[in-house]
Design a protein around this ligand. Structure first.
Ligand code: BMA
Length: 820
């Protein structure tokens, strides 16, 4: 099979019937340069017709774009006569069209589209001609299209813009509580011609049937589009670390569309999540051949692993535990949202950075949230490689959905395509019907979830499709979902939004005994530079309308302050507030995660809201739009580490918990120290302790007075776990809020060592406690191995710094903030 790329240069213009801004009307009615894959917003920007939609409040003036119908066209040349060619079929393939409209080739209508999540393929052999050809795509205004359907079929119970549910389009593009309303149109994924001779490989799937110590049973299903009655050959080769370990050849006869084949792999290397084992992948090479000529070929990686969701009754309700290869896995992760409002801007490198950061921060799961998109295949490939499990929602969020036949048919086709496309990825461990639909419905109406518009899609349709086209991983109706109540704490999974969204402060996380928490979160502003990029200097303060515009939650800014004052001293300095708000967020999520990790496996998962951002915004993210880590990112590295030590206080007692997520036992010592913030060591004790594999245990219990704690504003407890002479985990407990601590601007001794190309070590120490030290390099890019940490008395630390800057530049630009 040959491909002819149709991406790159295109042209676009507005349909004359649309309402266009007077000042650029003429320009929009003429053909202009476009770039595919792209979106109309990107093309308008590239032509200088609109300013950056993320800057200041520009978004508000750009709302006309989604009310316009847009036309895209491309001319291309074919240097042979398709009808006389050797090809049995020539197709035009659109991997993604956003969202509703028609396609013409050489003036002839070839089909329509109405779902941005699916691939559209049209046969064009009869339509193409030698020489110049032309494709034209007509995009209808998504807003008017959605509204027209809404007035025909009725308004449904929907959070945010109600017409959005009528379109199979990323729901966040209609605006969300972290996203602007930038409702896109365009050819958002690759487009190409396929020249098929005899046959092509349509789908390849490797599934693990069973695993024993000595071998794994694998079944492969290879789907072929066969356009000839003649026999063709199919060859299958399996490689492990570049060594061929299996090989088979088959003859595909007349009607053989699918080749199902079972085989065994001896002493298999299994796929395990990050932090538990290696995420081993095997490689398969599949070829279709005829008389020695390769008709089509593909390479696929696959993992050998089983997944089970353990739901067993216990005294508190019912468990919700993922088992991978028969091992219970405590899930630690975050929710993933689309990495931009303009999706074609998201490149492989962006996925690399965001996903590698997830691995580095010890995440083992991400939830692809239902108001976004089914991510690019590269995203899933990368998660396969990194051992990051995926909780995969279907793309429905916070609403009841239509039930008319065409809509359900559209959803059905989408689900089948998506399940077949993604099922080969070992990283995906669960399919989930939607985000919060049933929970919101039940809370708002008091009615049964089955009465919700669209309920059948989630209760039956998607479940059946997952069973029929996959069947190797669980299907879950919604997130959250539970037996008697969708947001139950005794069974199923839970979203915890009392904290933050319902104005409750984070200490309340302690009272939440849910079985698996797929959402909970706390907001903070992004890095000042990320924010400054979209704010004029006069608006870089929390009183400006522009900054409020960059927080899409109702009362988002007031919440930031309400929760900040509970813990930190309020100042009026912008950067200082950002620093403290980031800290507050990190402390909140740490508090939650530690509380749930010490309940292991009563609670078996904590997935915070949210990993990333889609623009420069104040949100719940750990990493901002420019991929600058917030304090939460550095905290996650620690609170998600496979081994944590947690100190819990109740009245005059303390308990110290040891959590070990590794599949091996760890022997070592617990070291408990009581310091004053001025560096006086009041108490120290070393206790031998064992952390059983994949377990939690109380490793110390005692009274505060026995640890010589007397003054909460100066005394604090420091704990470390040492094994084989190395500290593998550490933590502290302060007995009062940071704002009440008697902190001062204590001195820090530091020096840099150059340790390699673009690599430095920053050595730091202090005689006193330096609380929440934030290190940054003004105007320089530098990656720090840790930040926002406490520097303890006489406990030097070494921070690894990666930067292309010189030593002198680092010395000149280093800045530090600490709590005082
Ligand atoms: C949940 C999510 C999102 C939302 C987030 C923050 O409701 O599913 O819809 O953005 O909380 O409010």
């Amino acid at each position: 099979m040959k491909k002819f790329n149709l991406t790159g240069e295109w042209e676009f213009k507005a349909n004359p019937n649309s309402f266009l801004p007077k000042d650029i009307e003429t320009k929009l009615l003429n053909w202009n340069k476009a770039n595919v894959p792209g979106t109309v917003h990107l093309d308008l920007m590239a032509n200088g017709f609109i300013p950056d939609p993320y800057f200041e409040t520009n978004e508000l003036n750009l709302q006309w774009i989604d009310k316009v119908d847009w036309i895209y066209r491309k001319k291309f040349t074919i240097d042979f006569d398709p009808l006389k060619s050797e090809f049995d079929s020539i197709k035009i393939v659109f991997e993604g069209l956003d969202t509703i409209g028609d396609v013409k080739v050489n003036g002839q209508y070839i089909g329509s589209f109405d779902n941005m999540f699916v691939e559209y393929t049209f046969e064009v052999k009869e339509i193409l001609k030698p020489g110049e050809n032309e494709i034209e795509i007509y995009f209808k205004s998504p807003t008017f299209a959605g509204k027209a359907l809404e007035s025909k079929y009725g308004k449904l119970p929907v959070e945010l813009a109600s017409h959005r549910v009528y379109l199979r389009k990323a729901q966040y593009s209609f605006g969300w509580d972290w996203a602007p309303t930038l409702t896109t149109s365009g050819i958002w994924k690759p487009v190409y011609l396929e020249f098929i001779k005899c046959a092509k490989i349509k789908n390849v799937w490797f599934k693990t049937i069973s695993i024993s110590d000595s071998k794994a049973q694998i079944a492969t299903e290879i789907e072929i589009e066969k356009l000839t009655d003649e026999d063709i050959e199919l060859s299958l080769e399996i490689f492990f670390e570049n060594e061929k370990i299996y090989e088979r050849n088959f003859t595909q006869r007349k009607g053989d569309r699918v080749r199902v084949h079972r085989f065994e792999i001896n002493s298999p290397n299994l796929w395990y999540p990050n932090g538990f084992g290696k995420p081993t992948l095997y490689k398969a090479q599949i070829k279709l051949l005829k008389n020695g000529e390769t008709l089509d070929e593909t390479v696929k990686k696959f993992g050998i692993r089983t997944v089970q969701l353990i739901q067993e009754k216990d005294e508190d309700g019912e468990s919700f535990i993922f088992e991978i290869n028969g091992e219970k896995i405590f899930c630690k992760g975050a929710n993933w949202i689309p990495a931009d409002c303009f999706l074609p801007r998201v490149k492989k490198e962006d996925y690399d950075i965001l996903l590698e950061m997830a691995k580095e921060a010890n995440l083992n799961i991400l939830r692809v949230w239902g108001g976004g998109i089914y991510e690019d295949e590269y995203f899933y490939e990368k998660c396969d490689e990194l051992g990051i499990m995926i909780w995969q929602d279907f793309m429905f969020a916070c609403a009841g959905y239509p039930e008319f036949d065409d809509f359900v048919e559209n959803v059905k086709n989408e689900a089948i395509q998506i399940v077949k496309k993604l099922r080969n990825h070992p990283s995906i461990v669960i399919w989930c019907g939607n985000n919060e639909n049933e929970w919101i419905w039940v809370d708002k109406t008091g009615k049964h979830p089955d009465e919700m518009p669209g309920a059948k899609i989630f209760k039956e349709l998607l479940k059946q499709i997952c069973q029929e086209y996959d069947g190797t991983r669980p299907y879950w109706r919604s997130s959250p979902w539970g037996k008697n109540y969708p947001n139950s704490e005794t069974d199923g999974n839970h979203h915890q939004w009392k904290v933050w969204s319902q104005w409750v402060d984070y200490k309340n996380y302690e009272n939440v005994k849910a079985r698996f928490v797929t959402e909970f979160g706390f907001q903070s502003p992004p890095h000042p530079e990320t924010l400054n990029e979209v704010l004029k200097p006069e608006n870089r303060n929390f009183n400006s309308f522009s900054i409020q515009h960059h927080n899409k939650q109702e009362d988002g800014i007031p919440r930031l302050f309400r929760f900040l004052t509970a813990h930190h001293k309020i100042t009026s300095d912008f950067d200082d507030l950002i620093y403290k708000m980031q800290l507050n967020q990190a402390e909140a999520i740490k508090f939650a995660v530690e509380n749930w990790r010490i309940r292991k496996f009563k609670t078996a998962g904590t997935i915070f809201w949210q990993w990333n951002d889609c623009w420069n915004v104040i949100s719940w993210s750990a990493i901002d739009y420019r991929k600058r880590p917030k304090a939460l990112y550095y905290y996650a590295k620690k609170f998600f580490h496979p081994v944590i030590i947690v100190v819990k206080r109740s009245d005059d007692k303390v308990k110290i918990f040891g959590v070990n997520d590794y599949p091996t036992q760890i022997d070592g010592n617990l070291i408990i120290t009581t310091f004053t913030i001025h560096g006086l060591k009041k108490f120290e004790k070393k206790i031998p302790a064992t952390l059983e594999k994949n377990s939690v245990a109380i490793i110390f219990e005692g009274k505060l007075e026995n640890l010589e704690i007397s003054k909460p504003e100066t005394d604090y407890i420091r704990v470390k776990f040492e094994s084989n002479g190395k500290i593998i985990s550490e933590n502290s407990l302060f007995l009062t809020e940071p704002k009440f601590l008697n902190l001062q601007k204590f001195g820090i001794a530091y020096r840099f060592l150059k340790t390699g190309e673009d690599e430095y070590i920053l050595k730091m120490s202090s005689k006193n406690l330096i609380k929440s030290l934030f290190i940054y390099f003004e105007g320089l890019d530098a990656k720090l191995s840790d930040n926002f940490f406490d520097l303890h008395p006489d406990e030097p630390v070494e921070i690894k710094i990666n930067s292309t800057a010189t030593l002198q530049q680092l010395l000149n630009s280093i800045r530090m903030k600490m709590l005082t």
